[in-house]
Ligand binder design. Structure first.
Ligand SMILES: C[S@@+](CC[C@H](N)C(=O)[O-])C[C@H]1O[C@@H](n2cnc3c(N)ncnc32)[C@H](O)[C@@H]1O
Length: 283
């Protein structure tokens, strides 16, 4: 049987690296969102419906929104993603260190939300580090795998552009290689949403590929996709966080780890929503 060529996408994407891997030419049919029960019991979270802005349409040719394209891309490739990336953090000590530092900075007795959690790889690391964590993702099929793999963690579908969470709902917000799918023009509103759901003193952790140009992926795991990966400069992301009222506390840039998957440096930012005393110093 010929070895199929599958384009891999992943948390450290722009991993538009075509690799010879022993995956079937078509990724396994991802399980349907409803086929895997949500067995989470520890964290109250509704299985929200995704609230997506109306699809943009032109007279000449219907267009789909960036959210539709992203959801469709991950729904199609969720099975291949699990096979390739479920353990992507195992051999990344600096990534684990950032996750641990973030967990330790979250105000005591507050829960963490992992937004764009995918199949739950980073969510599980946060749990193993002692966090009270749950996950949200745009893709129902990614969420179905997350629930199957981590039945003790609460997962729900939803979009970071319009979170079905009340104000000040969480002490920590992790977006691990997920704002990479948000176009520049939508990022300020996403960071405003992050600020809204954090308690004062709450902490946000971002991971993303460092660079200037987006990467467009049209095939992955034998499936046609239309996925844009927005690489960014840490200083630009830090400025947008600052503009949203989130004070950057720490930045890490590490080089690509030479695993044949990463092709850019990787960026990590930790920012904090100031506590009221810091926002409004007593006169
Ligand atoms: C590269 S994967 C990273 C997944 C996971 N964080 C990990 O480290 O394995 C990007 C994930 O972000 C999700 N995502 C993209 N846009 C999103 C949005 N607007 N809201 C929530 N999740 C989103 C995708 O569905 C996908 O699962």
């Amino acid at each position: 049987m010929p070895i199929p060529i599958s384009a891999m996408i992943g948390p450290s994407t722009d991993q538009v690296v075509v690799l010879l891997i022993g995956l079937p030419p078509t990724a396994p049919n991802p399980c349907s969102a409803n086929s895997v029960p949500n067995m989470a019991t520890t964290i109250p979270m509704t299985n929200t419906a995704i609230r997506i802005p109306a699809t943009v349409a032109s007279e000449a040719m219907p267009e789909t929104s960036f959210l539709d394209r992203t959801r469709d891309g991950y729904d199609r490739t969720a099975g291949g993603y699990v096979t390739a990336f479920q353990h992507h953090l195992d051999d990344k000590p600096l990534d684990q260190a950032m996750l641990r530092a973030f967990t330790q900075m979250v105000p005591a007795n507050h829960r963490i939300i992992d937004i764009g959690c995918g199949t739950g790889a980073a969510t599980a690391v946060l749990r193993d580090q002692g966090a009270d964590v749950s996950g949200i993702d745009l893709s129902p099929n990614m969420i179905a795998h997350a629930r199957r793999l981590h039945p003790d963690i609460g997962f729900a579908t939803g979009s970071m552009t319009d979170l079905d969470l009340p104000d000040a709902a969480v002490g920590g917000l992790c977006a691990w290689y997920s704002v990479i799918h948000i176009p520049d023009e939508a990022l300020p509103a996403v960071f405003a949403e992050f600020h809204r759901i954090l308690v004062p003193g709450g902490v946000v952790l971002l991971a993303f590929q460092v660079g200037d140009q987006p990467r467009h992926l049209t095939e992955a795991f034998g499936e046609r996709v239309d996925l844009l990966f927005h690489r960014r400069r840490p200083e630009s992301v830090a400025e947008l966080l600052h503009d949203a009222g989130l004070a950057v506390h720490a930045q890490l840039i590490r080089e690509s780890d030479g695993d044949g998957v990463e092709s850019t440096p990787q960026g990590y930012l930790i920012a904090r929503k100031p506590a009221p005393s810091a926002e409004e110093p007593a006169s």
